[in-house]
Design a protein around this ligand. Structure first.
Ligand code: ADP
Ligand code: MG
Length: 254
């Protein structure tokens, strides 16, 4: 038996909300070790793609597959998807009052362990300290309740903290840059870049090119009206920055 390739493969993915088709045949292959940017005008299915990958019940997959290292993700429950190492950073993170960041991280790490395996306190604490340092965050932050009263920048930073702690194999970042000033953007990018390497693949979804100045993608894909209309290198993002999206809309498949 040949081993399944280490990649995130999206194969002819179609998805709808109710009767309304949104994704109309997305094809993408992201080998582990690469980060690909997904760009496109607003309202064309970028967030839908992210939500379908993690299993948001609002969306119905009508055709196609999402394969993670050869496993069809769409047949798994959201928590099983997370256990495979797929991590989504949301555009609009939720608040969980009453749960501190420290507790949340501990529980999330524990949930990914095999039965009978414990997250050791020293292991947890050392890792947390290193992650907070990367993110230039004071240790006192972890005693605060998850996202309660957090600024936009703090929520994003908290997501990257989760990412650093959970060691995902694939990350999906949906507009993690929205609402961030340049300093916060750089910190987010530093966190993501510190994880890059042969063990990590992922999709960086962003409308604007500026995040990609700091997280330089291996490839760039443009989604219009629920399909990938063009793929290229980082220069494609530069072109969008200079020329905008008008030329891209001409590429829409009829
Ligand atoms: P993007 O992230 O590219 O801005 P989205 O994936 O959020 O786009 O949305 C794509 C299209 O699907 C939009 O027209 C949006 O209004 C529609 N859509 C997405 N989610 C829902 C939903 N839960 N209910 C109704 N329409 C939705
Ligand atoms: Mg979106």
């Amino acid at each position: 038996m040949t081993q399944a390739p280490h990649q995130l493969e999206i194969r002819n993915l179609h998805a709808s909300v109710g009767e309304l088709p949104i994704l109309r045949g997305i094809n993408l292959v992201v080998p582990r070790g690469e980060l690909h940017a997904v760009m496109g005008p607003n309202g064309n299915g970028k967030s839908t793609l992210a939500k379908v990958i993690v299993g948001d019940p609002e969306y119905t997959v009508t055709e196609g597959e999402v394969l993670v290292d050869g496993v069809n993700l769409l047949e798994l429950e959201p928590d099983e998807r997370a256990r495979l190492g797929v991590f989504l950073a949301f555009q609009y993170p939720v608040e969980i009052p009453g749960v501190t960041i420290a507790n949340f991280l501990r529980l999330a790490m524990q949930a990914r362990k095999a039965e009978g395996e414990e997250v050791g306190f020293i292991e947890f604490y050392e890792k947390l300290k290193a992650a907070l340092k990367t993110l230039e965050w004071d240790e006192s932050i972890v005693e605060r309740y998850l996202n309660a009263g957090f600024s936009g920048g703090e929520k994003k930073r908290n997501e990257i903290l989760q990412m650093l702690m959970l060691d995902p194999t694939y990350i999906i970042m949906d507009e993690t840059d929205s609402g961030l000033d340049v300093d916060a953007l750089k910190i987010v990018a530093r966190g993501v870049n510190s994880m890059r390497g042969p063990g990590l693949g992922g999709l960086i979804i962003t409308h604007y090119q500026r995040l990609l100045d700091y997280i330089v993608p291996d490839k760039v894909h443009i989604i219009v009206d629920g399909v990938v209309v063009q793929s290229g290198g980082p220069e494609l993002a530069q072109k969008l920055d200079v020329e905008g999206y008008d030329w891209v809309k001409e590429l829409v498949r009829v």
